[in-house]
Design a protein around this ligand. Structure first.
Ligand code: GTP
Ligand code: MG
Length: 335
C-alpha cells in the first residue's frame, strides 16, 4: 500500500489534543437531552403496563452505555414473560397501543433479525426502537457503561472514533461496515492493550456481578468505583490515543490471524475460535469477539469489499493525523 504523505512535515500529535477535547465536549449530550429520554421511557412504561402489568422497560444501546450522541435513537428493551404468546403478536399489539396514544411513525418490524417496534415521540422529537427480551443487549450495555466509568479517556476516544466513523460512512452495518457497538469494543480493547494499560479486563477479575441470560453466563467485576486510578500510570493524551488507535488498525493488526477480545483483555487466535474460514455469511475478515456471546463475531458483517474500505479509512485517518495541516477538519470530512 502506498502511504500518501500530505505534507513533508510531521505533525506534533499533542497539538491536536485541545481541538479533539473540544470536539468531544461538543458531542456529549446535555442533561436536558438525557431527561427527555427518561421522560419518554416513563411514558412508554405507563402505556405498556396498562396491558402487561409485569412488564419492565430497560434502556440499552448508546442512550444507556454513555457513548451516545445527542440525536441518537433511543433503544428500549421490553422484558416480559411471553408464555405462549408469539413475539410478533406482542409487537403488533404494542404498535396499536402506541398509535392510539398519538405516537408518530409507529411501525412493527416483526421479520427483522431483531424484531422491533419503531416510533417517534412528537413532543420531544426522539425516535425509539423497542425490542422484546433482548436481555444480553441490556447486560452488554452495562458492561460498556462500567468500562466508561474507569477512565475518561475511553469516552473521549470512543466519541471521536464514532464521530469519525459516522462522518466517513463506515458505521453502516448493512453496507458491510461496523456497528457503533463494535467500535466501542475496539476502543476498550485498545486501552486494555496499552502499556501501562489504561483499562483493566473486568471479566478477568473476581466477579461482583452475575446473571445468566439465555444460557449465557455473564459475570464480571462491576465495582468500578474502586478502579478510579487504574490508568493513572499511563499519561497518554487523547490525541496520542486517537492516533494510536488508527495506526494500530491501519498498520499493526494481524487481520489474518487475530481476534480482539475484551473478555480476555488480550488478542486471541482465529484458529482457537475456528474463525479461519467463511461459514455461511460470516467471513471473519476482521474479528471482534462479543464479550458474552463468544461465538458472535461483530465483524461478521464485513465483506471482501468493505474490508478494503475500512482499512483504507484507517490508513487515511492515521496519515491525516500525522501529516495533514488541518487534521481536525480533514479527518471528519464527509466522504
Ligand atoms: P448509535 O445508535 O450509533 O449511537 O450506537 P449504539 O451504541 O446504540 O449502537 P448500536 O446501534 O450498534 O447497538 C445498540 C445496542 O445493541 C448495543 O449497545 C448493544 O447493546 C446491542 N448490539 C448491537 N449489535 C449487537 C450485536 O451484534 N450483538 C449483540 N449481542 N448486541 C448488539
Ligand atoms: Mg442505537
Amino acid at each position: 500500500r502506498n502511504h500518501k504523505r500530505h505534507t513533508t512535515c510531521r505533525n506534533d500529535i499533542n497539538m491536536l489534543n485541545a481541538p479533539l477535547l473540544a470536539l468531544f465536549e461538543s458531542l456529549i449530550p446535555s442533561d436536558e437531552e438525557k431527561l427527555k429520554q427518561k421522560q419518554l421511557l416513563t411514558l412508554l412504561e405507563n402505556l405498556v403496563r396498562k396491558e402487561w402489568p409485569n412488564a419492565r422497560l430497560f434502556l440499552y444501546g448508546s442512550c444507556a452505555n454513555s457513548f451516545g450522541f445527542p440525536k441518537s435513537d433511543v433503544d428500549v428493551c421490553l422484558q416480559m414473560d411471553l408464555g405462549d404468546i408469539e413475539k410478533s403478536e406482542v409487537l403488533l399489539k404494542l404498535a396499536k397501543i402506541f398509535e392510539s396514544d398519538n405516537l408518530q411513525n409507529v411501525q412493527a418490524l416483526t421479520r427483522a433479525r431483531v424484531p422491533i417496534v419503531k416510533l417517534m415521540d412528537p413532543v420531544t422529537g426522539i425516535s425509539c426502537d423497542i425490542c422484546i427480551n433482548n436481555v444480553l443487549a441490556v447486560v452488554n450495555t452495562k458492561l460498556l457503561h462500567d468500562y466508561a466509568r474507569i477512565d475518561i479517556r475511553l469516552r473521549q476516544l470512543a466519541f471521536i472514533v464514532k464521530h469519525w466513523a459516522k462522518s466517513r460512512g463506515v458505521n453502516v452495518t448493512y453496507q458491510g461496515t461496523l456497528s457503533s457497538y463494535a467500535y466501542v469494543l475496539m476502543c476498550i480493547h485498545f486501552l486494555q492493550q496499552r502499556r501501562p494499560s489504561i483499562l483493566p479486563c473486568l471479566q478477568g477479575m473476581q466477579f461482583t456481578y452475575y446473571v445468566t441470560v439465555e444460557k449465557v453466563e455473564c459475570s464480571y467485576f462491576d465495582q468500578v468505583e474502586k478502579l478510579q486510578n487504574f490508568g493513572a500510570q499511563n499519561r497518554e493524551s487523547v490525541a496520542q490515543l486517537v492516533w494510536g488507535f488508527f495506526h494500530y488498525w491501519a498498520y499493526c493488526h494481524d487481520y489474518a490471524n487475530d481476534v480482539i477480545s475484551v473478555r480476555t483483555g488480550s488478542m486471541i487466535s482465529k484458529r482457537s475460535k475456528d474463525w479461519t474460514r467463511r461459514v455461511g455469511n460470516d467471513r471473519h475478515l476482521i474479528c471482534i469477539e462479543d464479550p458474552f456471546e463468544v461465538s458472535h463475531d461483530l465483524g461478521r458483517v464485513v465483506d471482501k469489499h468493505s474490508i478494503r474500505v475500512l482499512r483504507e479509512e484507517f490508513e487515511r485517518a492515521a496519515e491525516i493525523m500525522q501529516y495533514d495541516p488541518n487534521p481536525c477538519v480533514t479527518l471528519f470530512e464527509p466522504y
